[in-house]
Write a new protein. Structure first.
Length: 268
């Protein structure tokens, strides 16, 4: 519970009973969630200001503690009554704007060591459970103050890169780069490269069986074609118009195919 230690040290002179220490812990949880204390009592007093500290006389009534809070965004004003019933404290909180009411019951002995009121490091116990009960029982039902989103300013370097239309994009590292293959399901990509040869679109009008829509693994003209092209003759990713069938496994006429009927008839 960061921040509670200096608050407890400031309020130590007024803390004489375990319920005082518990009210101090509940107060700090409200402060953590964006509320500031206005003062004591049901009605506002003169010259009230929002403060993270407890107001003067907050511990005067050991049976009923009455404190008023206002959110940092001025959207919520809470009236807190901490009522002692035997060994338990009933927190009754009302939002004066919406008239919503929230109640939480705390067993003082579950969160305060009465024999260590002088030692902050030993006086509180089960602090995580206390925070959870305050959050789920009071903050969530009544609503937490809205936090203003802090937008980080973009660096000057990023702004220059985004706003400069003449900026040259970073070059790709040298080496073989896989060409961008056109999508066979996009009919509007046809002719894109011819309209903008310097763009990164696809779909030129030059017929290339290696770029017919589906990439054919194992055929790369940039690595050369045995007996026809040496390696490097075709730049990587360049459009290539083949001048002969590529590969040994391509289909061709079968010399053993049956001749057509009557092929030897001179009158046919």
């Amino acid at each position: 519970m960061a921040g509670l230690e200096p608050l407890y040290a400031w309020a130590r002179a007024a803390i004489s009973r375990p319920q005082d220490a518990l009210v101090c812990g509940v107060h700090w949880e409200l402060v953590r969630h964006g509320y500031r204390c206005l003062g004591t009592g049901d009605q506002p007093g003169p010259d009230e200001r929002k403060s993270e500290l407890l107001p003067a006389g907050w511990e005067a009534n050991k049976e009923v503690y009455t404190l008023r809070y206002k959110s940092t965004d001025d959207a919520h004003e809470l009236l807190l009554k901490a009522i002692m019933v035997e060994d338990s404290m009933i927190l009754n909180v009302m939002d004066r704007g919406s008239q919503k009411v929230a109640d939480v019951t705390l067993a003082v002995a579950d969160y305060i060591n009465p024999e260590h009121l002088d030692d902050f490091h030993k006086v509180y116990k089960n602090t995580e459970e206390l925070r959870t009960k305050i959050t789920s029982g009071i903050i969530a039902p009544l609503g937490a103050p809205a936090e203003k989103a802090k937008k980080e300013p973009e660096s000057k370097k990023d702004l220059q890169q985004d706003d400069d239309p003449l900026r040259i994009p970073p070059r790709q590292p040298a080496g073989p780069r896989a060409p961008s293959w056109p999508s066979p399901v996009n009919p509007f990509a046809v002719g894109g490269d011819d309209l903008d040869p310097f763009g990164d679109r696809s779909g030129g009008m030059i017929v290339d069986p290696l770029r017919s829509g589906f990439r054919q693994p194992g055929i790369d003209p940039s690595s050369g074609i045995p007996g026809r092209l040496p390696p490097g003759a075709v730049p990587p990713g360049a459009r290539f118009d083949p001048f002969s069938p590529l590969g040994a496994g391509r289909s061709g006429p079968d010399p053993d195919h049956l001749p057509p009927p009557g092929y030897d008839d001179m009158f046919m």
